[in-house]
Write a protein that binds this ligand. Structure first.
Ligand code: PHE
Length: 466
């Protein structure tokens, strides 16, 4: 163990850190999920609530996770064990490992769809189809039992292989070149969307808030998605933070990753939502299939130059973005297995990959042959998404904020943050207010509201609100 500690890997440079953390944050959450949930909850108001959560809750918790990771140089569980020995904080780590398990099992199913869409693109399968045909293609593919499960398995094998290759070679080298390319592609799609005839309505839908459309479920989803998109609440950034060198400036890292993640999400939403009416899918349902229906339509448009190549490139980059996120999720589980349960790294990877793949297969089948198997009215896919994204990540984030705000000691937090840069007093004061009060209290109230307990408690005092 002591040998392992000495040789514990670190990211090479500043760009390596940002690229890896941004690689984790930027993924299906931004490009697949953000557009479809924004569509589902009626646009503008949802977007602003989401941005508010990113700023007031996401950013401070991201900084908290990185601080915990770098200070302790441990996995998500070991970190709390080291920083707060003998205290129950370490269970946050176990909770995180559980969330990582659930998330990767449905994440890799969607990543498998993206992988399949590379194949559809290469074989030029969209070209001869009209918009109804493209919807049918998606419908038939994702509800069939064999193909989506197969692509999910391939994706998991890819993820496992990269994680076995190790932190440096595996994660860094992938992220560095490809993420900027994805950005360029999204910008091209945005320009295309902004010049479409319905662009104005799309922009109003996205950025002109109508708060009467916002539901409590939408608020919870905005909160959960802020965690999901920034890779927070389950120890990913504790684990990545543990590979960051002492001389790196943590605040800058957190701000840059948050900004990059948010910009990509907004660019993706503009590209997709503005194209919805043009691609004639308004009559079809949105949901998880949204990008897989809208984008092939966009690539098919007569004025889309090089649509064939664009489509291949786009789904390839999307799959790689998903891969860099998936490896960060798997890394949480593997670091825990290998450092805490003392498993060999390769065995830990194999073990985790097999379990997650099996759960993922059930999840994949829940779009087709298992779609009637429901729990609380949710399919297996929706259930895993709900438990992990809307409950576990916010709860984990709340506990992490409480640990930094109340459990760890103000002085130690400041010293770790200030390493590698100088910091203004006002920044630290605001940061402390956010992690001590704002983040935990708002998360607590939102979760309480969702369970119905808030109404019950307020009802006892004679308050009623809907
Ligand atoms: N942030 C990733 C995305 O947006 C998903 C993720 C969630 C990664 C949680 C790590 C932890 O796709």
């Amino acid at each position: 163990m002591s040998l392992k500690r000495k040789t514990r890997a670190v990211f090479s440079g500043r760009f390596g850190v940002i690229a890896a953390a941004a690689g984790s944050a930027i993924g299906l959450g931004n490009i697949w999920k953000f557009p479809y949930i924004t569509h589902k909850y009626g646009g503008g108001a949802f977007v602003y609530v989401y941005l508010g959560f990113i700023l007031a809750i996401g950013l401070p918790i991201m900084l908290s996770e990185i601080v915990i990771g770098r200070k302790s140089r441990r996995n998500a569980f070991g970190a709390f064990k080291k920083l707060a020995p003998g205290k129950p904080w370490k269970f946050i780590g176990i909770f995180g490992v559980g969330a990582a398990f659930l998330i990767l099992s449905f994440y890799s199913v969607i990543a498998g769809w993206s992988l399949k869409y590379i194949v559809f693109s290469i074989t030029d399968s969209f070209n001869s189809l009209d918009s109804a045909g493209i919807s049918d293609l998606f419908e038939n593919f994702h509800t069939s039992p064999g193909s989506p499960a197969l692509y999910h398995i391939i994706f998991m094998i890819l993820t496992g292989t990269i994680v076995i290759m190790g932190v440096h070679k595996g994660i860094e080298s992938f992220s560095k070149i490809l993420m900027p390319l994805l950005l360029v592609l999204l910008i091209v799609l945005d320009i295309k969307a902004l010049t479409s005839k319905d662009a104005g309505n799309g922009l109003i839908f996205l950025f002109n808030p109508d708060f009467s459309k916002l539901t409590y479920e939408g608020i919870l989803d905005a909160l959960g998605h802020a965690f999901f998109s920034l890779s927070l609440g389950m120890g990913t950034l504790i684990t990545y933070g543990s590979y960051i060198k002492k001389q790196n400036n943590l605040v800058r890292t957190a701000v840059q990753v948050t900004v990059a993640d948010t910009v990509i999400a907004i660019l993706a939403a503009v590209a997709i939502i503005l194209a919805v009416p043009e691609t004639d899918i308004a009559s079809h349902k949105g949901g998880p299939g949204l990008i897989f229906i809208v984008l092939p339509n966009v690539f098919n448009m007569p004025d889309m130059i090089g649509g064939y190549y664009f489509s291949i490139l786009f789904f390839t980059l999307l799959t790689i973005a998903a891969l860099t996120s998936a490896i960060s999720i798997l890394e949480v589980v593997v670091a825990f297995f290998s450092e805490e349960l003392k498993m060999k790294r390769n065995i830990a990877v194999g073990f985790a990959v097999v379990l997650i793949t099996l759960l993922g297969i059930i999840c994949s089948l829940s779009f087709g042959i298992y779609k009637d198997v429901t729990f609380f009215n949710l399919s297996v896919f929706d259930l895993l998404d709900f438990i992990a994204t809307k409950v576990m990540l916010p709860l984990g984030g709340m506990l992490i904020a409480l640990f930094i705000g109340w459990g760890f000691g103000r002085y130690k937090v400041f010293r770790e943050i200030a390493h590698g840069g100088s910091l203004k007093g006002w920044f630290l004061r605001i940061f402390m207010i956010l992690v001590k009060y704002v983040a935990p209290i708002s998360i607590f109230l939102i979760l309480l509201k969702m369970t119905g307990l808030l109404d019950l408690i307020l009802g006892c005092f004679g308050f009623h609100f809907e």
